[in-house]
Design a protein around this ligand. Structure first.
Ligand code: FAD
Ligand code: MLT
Ligand code: ZN
Length: 486
């Protein structure tokens, strides 16, 4: 795992005592307090096995009232905490840095209500995204977000990170689809804002502060979210292309020709498919005959199958005739639909199989997406660290074309300062040159907090720090992360 010698445990936080443990046991159910070492392993280590904390306890409140009591006690006693959902975050935000108490939403997973007229879903923060989506499917609705981690991530974690994912192109960000939140503040106050209203212009929109706040201001315990109707007709196509210019041309045309039925436009490169084929069963389901330098996965969702099929086949025929794509396949059934998505969704796991992966999640203009990937390849190559048997296996580019979000992944044998120094701050400077964002959708966590200044001005960072101090005066909420120390 990564080391962070620049961080010191803050002396302002108290160490966990037997008295504290007795208090937690007195207010939580037996399954709500765990000190079991094996159990703690999973909570102390992140999904990438990159960040590792040393917490001695995980608390799992099963109600908002319990959460309020826990946080109030921690705040009164200056015990630092780290909120945790499904622990699928990719920036080291959900695991402790030192001995922070882990507060998990795992025991809060009740669906509270669903309005089949408006599509407003109200649920506990610990509901798993896929469980919610399956529940909505039975009612003819769909979650407005989807990600490869759907089987483990919690909706509270999604909101806390402002997760983007595979459907953002169609349904927009959580800043638009979240209708209300229930949040417990560090002093135990329960902020009851579980509105199901689509429109409400009464006062500051406080819920927006918590969307993307990564557990630094309070713990989200309930979420009200607007679910769209599930489309009756859904198609997915996988295309093979020769150049990134062709990827852009295909995207431009998709906006013209598929317009209102377009629900995803994802791209990945040859290095991505090669890793998926090497490491995952999903790779065996690539229906295209040859390996291509670039791939595009297009999804359409609409209400009339004949209409959508005709539009998609005209679009694809046009791309083939004009030699924008070299090959393409449209899923013929649900299995193939899932198989094609599994290739795209598997890239994250395939990248991680090498052992370690340097992950950059950047907003930059689409026309320079692949220049970034190629520049990074050239840079690592020049330093003699790139290639089979070397420290860095390959450089992978994929992401959400429709959202201007490039995922630059660098699978390596291990995390080392030497490799980091080749990549950073180069990657951040490159991004800042285009007024881009050093974190499009994964958040800041422990990984990106020191680099925030590449995307936000000093006055904005100062105001963020004032908000943090006002809402969490003792600084117990997810310390050492999110905002830069100085
Ligand atoms: P955790 O990892 O447990 O926590 C994440 C952060 O939120 C931490 O800072 C934590 O302290 C805080 N937090 C968690 N719960 C709460 C709460 N209830 N209240 C306050 N703070 C809280 N992300 C994307 O944006 N798009 C993707 O397409 C995407 N795909 C992914 C695919 C894979 C295979 C994996 C492993 C990850 C992917 N991610 C993606 C990243 C990750 O899944 C998301 O960031 C997700 O939203 C995290 O949810 P979680 O419940 O796992 O949160
Ligand atoms: C994705 O788009 O697959 C996710 O953001 C995860 C990742 O970047 O690895
Ligand atoms: Zn993504």
């Amino acid at each position: 795992s990564e080391k962070y010698p620049y961080l010191k445990r803050s002396q302002s936080f108290k160490k966990l005592s037997d008295e504290d443990i007795s208090y937690f046991k007195s207010i939580l159910s037996p399954s709500g307090v765990s000190q079991d070492e094996e159990d703690l392993e999973a909570f102390n280590n992140d999904w990438m096995q990159k960040y590792r904390g040393q917490s001695k306890i995980v608390l799992k409140p099963s109600s908002t009232e319990q959460m309020s009591k826990v946080l109030k006690y921690c705040n009164d006693n200056k015990l630092a905490v780290v909120p945790q959902g499904g622990n699928t975050g990719l920036v080291g935000g959900g695991v402790p840095v030192f001995d922070e108490i882990i507060i998990s939403t795992a025991n809060m997973s009740t669906i509270r209500s669903f309005d089949s007229m408006s599509g407003a879903l109200v649920c506990d923060a610990g509901c798993i995204l896929e469980v919610l989506d399956n529940y909505l499917a039975e009612n003819g609705y769909i979650m407005p977000l989807d990600l490869g981690a759907k089987g483990s991530c919690h909706i509270g974690g999604n909101v806390a990170t402002n997760a983007g994912g595979l459907r953002l192109l169609r349904y927009g960000s959580l800043h638009g689809t979240v209708l209300g939140l229930e949040v417990v503040l560090p002093d135990g106050t329960i902020l009851d804002n579980l509105s199901t209203l689509r429109k409400d212009n009464t006062g500051y929109d406080l819920k927006q502060l918590f969307i993307g706040s990564e557990g630094t201001l309070g713990i989200i315990t309930g979420v009200s979210i607007m679910a769209p109707k599930r489309s009756k007709a859904v198609n997915v196509a996988l295309l093979g292309l020769s150049t990134f210019e062709q990827v852009q041309a295909a995207y431009k045309r998709s906006k013209d020709e598929l317009s209102e039925i377009l629900s995803a436009f994802e791209f990945f490169d040859q290095a991505s498919i090669e890793l998926v084929k090497k490491h995952l069963a999903a790779g065996n389901n690539d229906p295209l005959e040859a390996i291509h330098p670039f791939y595009v996965l297009i999804e359409t969702s609409g209400s009339n199958k004949d209409h959508d099929d005709e539009k998609l086949s005209n679009y694809l025929e046009g791309l083939l005739t004009d030699e924008i794509v070299q090959d393409g396949v449209v899923a013929q059934d649900t299995t193939q639909f899932k198989n094609l998505w599994a290739i795209r969704e598997g890239i994250t796991e395939a990248c991680a199989k090498t052992g370690s992966v340097y992950k950059y999640d950047l907003s930059i203009p689409v026309p320079v997406f692949y220049q970034m990937v190629e520049d990074m390849r050239a840079r690592l190559d020049q330093q003699g660290v790139l290639g089979q048997g070397k420290a860095v296996e390959c450089v992978v580019g994929f992401g959400h074309i429709g959202d201007g979000n490039l995922h630059l992944n660098i699978p390596a044998k291990g995390y080392s300062e030497a490799i980091t120094d080749i990549i950073e701050p180069y990657v951040y400077e490159w991004t800042a040159k285009y007024n881009g964002s050093i974190s499009s959708e994964h958040g800041l966590g422990l990984f990106k907090s020191p680099h925030l200044h590449y995307s936000k001005s000093p006055s904005m960072i100062q105001l963020m720090k004032r908000v943090k101090t006002m809402m969490d005066p003792n600084g117990i909420m997810n310390p050492y992360k999110y905002l830069p120390e100085n």
